[in-house]
Design a protein around this ligand. Sequence first.
Ligand SMILES: *Cc1c(COP(=O)(O)O)cnc(C)c1O
Length: 808
Amino acid sequence: MHTTETFKDLLTDKLTRNLGKNIEEATDKDLYYAIASITQEEINENWLSTRRRYDEKNERQMYYISMEFLIGRLMESNLLNCGLLDICSETLRELGRDPENVYQQEADAGLGNGGLGRLAACFLDSIASLQFAGHGSGIRYRYGLFEQRIIHGNQVELPDYWLKEEYPWETRNAEEALSIHFGGEIHMHKRVDGSLEVTHKEADEVHAVPYDVPVVGYNNQVVNTLRLWSAELPAETAEILAESESKYYHHLDHMHSIEQISGFLYPDDSNYEGKELRLKQQYFLVSATIQNIIRDFKRRGKSSLKKLHEKIAIQINDTHPSLAVPELMRLLMDTEGFSWDEAWEITTKTIAYTNHTTLSEALEKWPVGMMESLLPRIFMIINEINERFCLGIYYDRPEMRDLIPEVAVIADDQVHMARLAIVGSFSVNGVAKLHTEILKKREMKPFYELYPKKFNNKTNGITHRRWLLQVNPKLSEVITDAIGSQWIAQPLKLNGLMRYSNDAPFLEKISDVKQHNKKILAQLIKERTGITVNEYSIFDVQIKRLHEYKRQLLNIFHVIYLYNEMKENPKLDLTPRTFIFAAKAAPGYHMAKEIIKLIHHVASVVNNDRTIGDKLKVIFLENYNVSLAEKIIPAAELSEQISTAGKEASGTGNMKMMMNGAMTVGTMDGANIEIFDLVGKENIFIFGLNSDQVHHHNELGDYNANAIYHTDDRVKKILDQINGGEFGSQEIEFKDIFYHILYHNDPYYVLKDFDSYIDTHEVIERNYRDQKTWQKMSVANIAYSGKFSSDRTIHEYAADIWKLKQIR
Ligand SMILES: *Cc1c(COP(=O)(O)O)cnc(C)c1O
C-alpha cells in the first residue's frame, strides 16, 4: 500500500531517471507520463501472470470483435482499477498540482462513434473486473472520430490525430504480425487424395501488426488484452522500394494505400455507406483476429482444432465483423484441411452475433461485384453458404419457400451482412427487451421462425466503476457512507439506498452533491462558451450523436415554445432552465447539421434576450466525446431520452444519467422501458407514442403532420418562425427543416409527440419545485440503477452465450 510519501518517491524516481527533472520542474505532461509509467509497471506483472494463467489452465476464452472501441482516457480508470487513484490524486494535490490537469494530458481515444463503441469499452472493463477470460480485438485507427468545432453555428470537422504524442498504454508486438490478402485470383486443384487445394495468386499482401492495450480488472490482478491491429506494408515489399526510382514511387503509393486501411474511423453512426475502404477495414480486422485466435489455439497445443468451439467463443459487435463467418470457414478448410461440413459445424458453434439496430439505413449490404473482386475466396464461401442455406429451406421448410428472397444471404446483387451473421452463428442477441422483441416479431421474423433458439436478449449496461465511482467521487462517497462499500462489487446493492428515501439529512447530502457538480459544470460552460448559467436552474441534458430519430429537434422545439411563452407573458412564473446539448453529426448528414445550426441560432436569440435573463439558457458544448460526457453527466438533472419509439435499440446514455441521479424524460423506447419497470411511473417522465402506435401509423399511413401544423397554434408558430428566419440572419436559413417536416410528413413524429412532450415538461417543472419529492425521485433512480451495470450484462453473456466461468 502506498502513502503520498512513497508515491512521491516513485514519481521523483521516474522523473529523474526518465527525464532528468525534479518534481518542481516537471510539467503536467511530464507528470502524466511518469504516472502512466508507474501504473504500467503495476499492470505488467499482472498482465503476464494473467496470460500465463490462461495458458496453463487452458482456459476457455472469448474474443469480442468490434470495429469500434470508444475507450476515452485510460489514466484514471487504470489508476482506479489498480487501487492507486486516490493516492495519486492526493499526492498531486500535496505537490500543489491539479490532478485533473495532469490526467487531461492524455488524448481521448475516440476509436468509436457513439453507443456501440462505448458499449464495447464498458464490456471490456466488466469482463476483466469480473475475472472472465475475454479480450477485445479492434483497429488501431491513426485518426479517431473527428474533432468537432462550431463556426457560426456550423459544424466543422477537424481530423483527430490522437497518436501525435506517444500513447503510453500500448505495446507494439511486431513479431506477432500476420498477413492479410486482398484481390488476386483463386486457383483450385484436386490433390491425389481427392481433397481440394486452394491457392491465392497475385493478391495484395498487407501486414496486420498488433498493438496491445491492457484491460485492467478492478482490484483483482486480472489484466486482459485489447489488441488493436495496424495495417503496414510487409517488410519484404518495402525492400523493393530501393530497387529503382519508378518502383520507388509506385511502392510509396502502394504503402500509403495499405496504411489507409487503419487510417481513420468512418464517422457514420447507425448509417451504412458501401465504401470499398470500409469493407477492406472489416476484412482486415476479421482476418487478423481469426488467424490470431487459431495461432494461439495451436500454440497452446492442448486439443485439436476440431474442438475450437470448446475453448473459444467469438462475439461480433453488430454486422461489421460478420466476415468472421466466411473467414473462419476459409482458414479451417483451405489451411487446416477440414471438410465443408466439419468447418461449418465448428464455425457455427463458435460465433455469436449482437444486433444493434433495426434502422434500415444502417443494415450493411455489400455489392456482389465489390466483394468478389476484393475478397474472391471469401465471396466463393459466402456463395456456398447461401446456396446451402436456401436449398435447406426449400427442402426442409417448404412452407417458407416464398420467403427465400427475403432471407437469402445474397439477393439483389448484394451480400446481406445481417443474414450472413444470423445464418453463421449460434446466438443472435438484441440489446434491450423491446429491441429483441421487435427483431423476433418484425424485422427478423422469418429467421426467428427458422432458428427460434438462437435469439436472446442481453440488455446493455455501463461500467459503474467509470460512470459513477470515477466520474462522481462525491456521490460515491455519500452512497458508501450510507450503505457501505459493497455496492462497488455488487452494484445491485445500490437498492439499499431506498431505505434512505425519507431520510432528510441523506436527501440533503444527495442534493448538495448535485449542486456541487452543477457548479463545476457551470464553470466549464463559462470557460468554454463565455455564457453564465444559473446554477439553480434545471440542468436539462441531451447528449448523444445527432440523429433525426433521437429527436433533438423536439427538444429545441420545446425551447422555442418556452421562449414564445415568455415573450407573450413576461410575468410567467417559469422555473429557470439550462438546456445543455452536445452532439456530433456525421459529416455527410445534411439534416443533422441543419439541426445543430438551428440549436445554435435559437441559443443565440434566447441567450442574448435581456427580457429572458437567466430563466432560459441554451448551451451547446462542442466536440462530444467520452471525456466531455464524464463532465456533464454528474451534473445532469433531467436526462432527455426522447427517440421515436421503436428506433433506439437500447441507449446507454440513459443509464449513465440515471446512475448519477438524473430523472429520465423519455419515450417508451429501448432501455427506457426497463428503467420505467424498475423505478415505477412516479420516478420517470414518460410521454408520446409507444412503439406499437408508431408501427401502426407507419402501416396504415394515417398520420398527417400538416393537420397538426394547421390545428396546433404553438406548432404553427414555431415552424413559421423557423421558416421565416426568426432564428437566423437570412430568411432561407431553416427551410430544409420546415419542408422536411411538412412535405415528408414528419417521419419521426416530432409534431405528433409535441403536445404530450410539452405537457410532460410542465409536470416536470411542478415536480422540481417540490425539492423534497425531486430528491426522493433522484435517490430512487440511483438506487435502482445497479441493474444497468455492465457487470450484470456480462454475467448474462458469460452464462448464456460464452459459457465462461469466473476464474479464481
Ligand atoms: C454513452 C455514450 C454514448 C451513447 O449515448 P446514447 O444516449 O445512448 O446514444 C455516445 N457517445 C458517448 C461519448 C458516450 O459516452
